[in-house]
Design a protein. Sequence first.
Length: 277
Amino acid sequence: MRQLSGKVIRPLLKEVIMQNLSSVPLSFYLYLDQENQDCVSYLNSIKKLLESFSVPYVIGCYDKDKTKEENLSIFKAGISKHSVLLLRPLPIKEEKEFIALIPSDRDPDMLSDINRGLLFSGDLNYLPATAKSVQTILSYYNIETENKNAVVIGRSLSLGLPCFELLNKKNANVTLLHSKTDEEKRDEYLKNADIIILASGHSGLVKKEVLKEGVTIIDCGFSSRSGDLSFTVDETDDINYTPVPGGVGALTSYCLLENAIYLKAKSLHLANTLKSL
């Protein structure tokens, strides 16, 4: 058993971010529905992160007493000079109209259609934050991907597909599965997998008894108890795995900040000067 801790990487990543911020200054516009407590909790964690790096921010709020057009106008004015974080969901069906206003060079969450199209461009410096966390863990712990069999369970635009593309670009033999994949077929792929990325939000899809020795499991689940992995990894198990909490989730906000730095540096033609782990 080897635990692939994100908490171990975080101080090193923080040092890199601080160095890069010295040459690429940032500011953020944070927009949310203040009546959504999940969004408020996320806002507080983002504020704490930005304050720890002395990154200034402005907060904008959706006002249910205003029309959609008025809210869009206020949002458009607010984002004019900042990297933009849209803390979703908004309490309206027209959320995409807000996303469409976010400039592609100030979109660290990779929400815009233009930026999501970049997933297939080969630029691994810019990935959705959770997928970038997966990349950071694989790199830091020297998990070999070249010609390895990898299985990604989950097909979302924000996580499953980016992880598939990440591993594909790193020359792994990648199979994309999902929560609806037939169990027998899923087990057939998993028993030959060297790397498994759990990105579906569903637990119980992977059984310990079908896994090969030495497999690496990257669990992107958010449950405070066990994430998407439904079994306990024992000390005698020959498995590399990310804990939940303390694995992928420990790096996600930092990777979001890295994205903002990269996009700003790219717009200033300074991307090749950035430090990395």
